[in-house]
Ligand binder design. Structure first.
Ligand code: PBG
Length: 327
């Protein structure tokens, strides 16, 4: 036999030389939940994750940063009493997210602080945009009115010191509007990581439990994408590119590797992929049952996402994997 592919796998040393994809802590963006309470409280729907206090989140971010994770993304659990139909709390300059940004940037100036821009944690309707009920009693999501509020929200994050704002709402035209709003207030340096390709997915279930942010009526299918399609992923990405996005995101990740691949071949922008709560939970649950090896499956799932074409990965396993990789 002239050709024996197994020669390239014959030892750990040779395998490491020919290895094409490398996962490192620098690839990770660590999603963190925060609330206004004083306790770090467990999240029923997401075992292994905590709803951090304002104090606790700083400690957790510091540990992650010291393990080599460059960035965190913040998700606020807002008290029900602060949720309103117009989501005014989303742009309160003294709100939970701006307070946490200030604190993180003060104590960890080099940590990249990313914020989610969308109304669902603040909106009593539980939708990413403002809701109007039509004559048939259905929830209609108002695009342009929502975008105006998103701009105020992003400005409140920029003013507090956010490095990157990340619109996850899927309204049309929001990237351009955010870019203009940020620039007009002197925040040319604040980047936009756009959730360009976000599918209406059942994989977000546990996250909505964590924030108690599930829609009260209807679903998110009129703004989040239909998972039967991939061509419109290219369209959404191209639009966000033209509108001034600095980076784009594909979400979920694991069941959408083909989408990551397609998008990576059609955009010059860096791509983030979000291994979402349902993906995390499926691994956690199987491992808790004793059926799979949690570290190994988590690692493999993340390598697959990177191999498909993602440069960075939002994952609830970030810290656990960074610990594993540093061994
Ligand atoms: C909301 C938002 C969601 C997630 C991130 N931002 C939920 C949704 O769109 O319903 C999901 C993250 C996850 O499931 O881990 N704007």
């Amino acid at each position: 036999m002239l050709i024996r592919p197994r020669r390239n796998r014959k030892s750990a040393g040779v395998r490491s030389l020919v290895q094409e994809t490398t996962l490192t802590p620098q690839d990770f963006i660590y999603p963190l939940f925060v609330h206004a309470g004083t306790e770090n409280s467990p999240i029923d729907s997401m075992p292994g994750c905590l709803r951090w206090s304002e104090e606790g989140i700083v400690g957790e971010a510091k540990e992650a940063f010291e393990l080599g994770i460059p960035a965190v993304v913040l998700f606020p659990a807002v008290e029900e009493s602060k949720k309103t139909p117009l989501a005014e709390e989303s742009y309160n300059p003294e709100g939970l997210v701006p307070r946490v940004i200030r604190r993180l940037k003060k104590e960890l100036p080099e940590l990249v602080v990313i914020t989610d821009v969308a109304l669902d944690p603040y909106n009593s309707d539980g939708h990413d945009g403002l809701v109007e009920t039509n004559e048939r009693g259905e929830a209609v999501i108002l695009n342009d009115e929502t975008v105006e509020i998103l701009c105020k929200q992003a400005l409140s994050h920029a003013e507090a010191g956010a490095d990157i704002v990340s619109p996850s709402d899927m309204m049309d035209g929001r990237v351009e509007a955010l870019r203009e709003a940020l620039d007009s207030e002197g925040y040319q340096e604040v980047s936009i990581l756009s959730y360009s390709v976000k599918y209406a997915s059942a994989y977000y279930g546990p996250f909505r439990g964590a924030l108690n942010s599930a829609p009260k009526a209807g679903d998110k299918k009129t703004y989040q994408m239909d998972f039967h399609n991939v061509t419109e992923a290219i369209r959404e990405t191209q639009l966000d590119e033209q509108e001034g996005a600095d980076m784009i995101m594909v979400k979920p990740a694991g069941a959408y590797l083909d989408v990551i691949k397609t998008v990576s071949e059609t955009t010059a922008l860096p791509i983030a992929a979000y291994q979402v709560s349902g993906e995390y939970l499926m691994i956690k649950a199987a491992a808790a049952g004793g059926w799979v090896d949690e570290d190994k499956i988590a690692y493999e799932s993340l390598v697959a996402i990177k191999r498909a074409g993602a440069q960075m990965i939002l994952t609830y396993f970030a810290k656990q994997m960074a610990c594993l990789l540093s061994k």
